[in-house]
Write a protein that binds this ligand. Sequence first.
Ligand code: NAI
Length: 233
Amino acid sequence: MTAAHKGPVAVVTGGSQGIGQAVTDRLTRDGVTVEVFDIGCEAAVDVTDPNAVAAAVSRIVRCHRRIDILVNNVGIFPHAAFDELDFGAWRRVLATNLDSVFVCSKAVYPWMKQRRYGRIINVSSSAFFVGDFDLTHYAASKGGIIGFTRSLAKGAGRHGITVNSVAPGFIETPGVLASPEERALFDDIVSEQSIPRRGKPEDVAACVSYLASPEASFITGQLINVDGGHRFI
Ligand code: NAI
């Protein structure tokens, strides 16, 4: 954990690779001190474990005395047709993608409220708008994030806290490239986009950077698609 300084402090979940890593790099360039919660890094924090998250948040607050930004980015996307999907696989996706948003938001919210400032950005997915028989669990988790974002935004605004979602389209990340099902979809989706190129983690990070900035103080409860103009909502 880095030493205390006066600038803003962010927690980025799943910040070791892909979109989370690009967000971490971008916020760092913006002058933010970033703490990563990821099972893939040395000081692994599993965001499905409320005790581990609470302990990590306490450590950050002890060190920095503040948490200004939370980016709930962790997500898994295992494909399974509904006929094959069992309750265990359903629960694993919901726990990782949606419960973690509750757990991490719940842990940082009191500190943001105390300082009357906060930016919470939740990473949803264009899969919620498209629908996929192989991704019922994933789409349910990502739709849940949008409802959660709007509802939390309603009460958080009066405390200076904004809550927004971003919905990436197809983005070239290690998670996507490791999945044969995801890789197979890539070229078709690119050809349907208004901007026909592969999305990059940095495209999403740029949007998160804006929503995380003090300038975005009048934007809350919103969802921004970062998908090269694939779907319009
Ligand atoms: P990725 O698989 O490349 O990286 C995910 C990171 O989350 C990894 O570093 C992993 O170690 C970490 N992680 C997984 N489970 C964790 C846990 N329980 N606790 C802590 N860390 C955990 O994923 P990618 O592609 O960068 O996706 C990031 C987010 O963006 C996800 O929520 C995903 O659903 C969403 N998204 C991605 C799209 C894409 O095309 N890449 C499209 C739409 C949404």
